[in-house]
Design a protein. Sequence first.
Length: 285
Amino acid sequence: MTMMTDPAHKALDIVLSAIIAALRQHADGPLVVGICGAQGSGKSTLARQLEGALAAQGLRSVTLSLDDLYLPVEARIRLADEVHPLLRTRGVPGTHEVALGLSVLDDVRDGKAVHLPRFDKATDSRAPKAAWPLVAEPVDVVLFEGWCVGAVAEDEAALAVPVNALEAEADPDGRWRQMVNAALKGPYQDLFARIDLLVLLAAPGFDVVAGWRIEQEHELRRQHAGVSGGTIMTDAQVMTFIQYYERLTRHILREMPGRADLVLYLDAQRRVLRCVHRHDDTDMG
């Protein structure tokens, strides 16, 4: 089903309706909702809103962010030394602890008490484990959000041509691209196989992502004003940083709409212009 929607129609309303409908047909443990979207598209905000909206429906939910599975900077430095220098920068498949994500999702599914990992981007390392929130009771919904949640690997042939200056200059032989693609093809598919309902927040194009990501960094700078020792980026550093994400983001925008359960097409202001639900022929608006 495809529908046009007024810009004021919130992503929250659409995704909440899809989750409620999916829960009616889901009887085996919590429903795992994957929320994919480019950097700055509003995934984390949507997840927070959904937790509150689900609670209002009498449903208990928790959020796991793919970003909270990042390897600490010390581990990525080792990867950079031993595998490829570009792996020092967090972001792409290969820079997460997939086994931790699998353990968390499986424990939540089994109703076990589990601490949800948290990553501090300002210090580029995991928060102390004592600060990880505890999930001690069974939940109805797990919101699993991240920029490449649910993504699949590219065809090998697509890796041959660099998509930006970073790839051309720092990965001229394509070895980093191949390593990232192999990681996505392997362990990450085990992680994404836990998803029951895949939601894509589709940016209008990669060209808007830089502005969205700069907004995020400015907010992070405000939150950490006066705090020393962090790794908050300048606008110029953000422009370089997003090049690490560009190839897979473009691939997701091309490939995922054809198989995601729910696609919300956004404009540059993150308003929902159109929504496509693969499994529901009723008007969710």
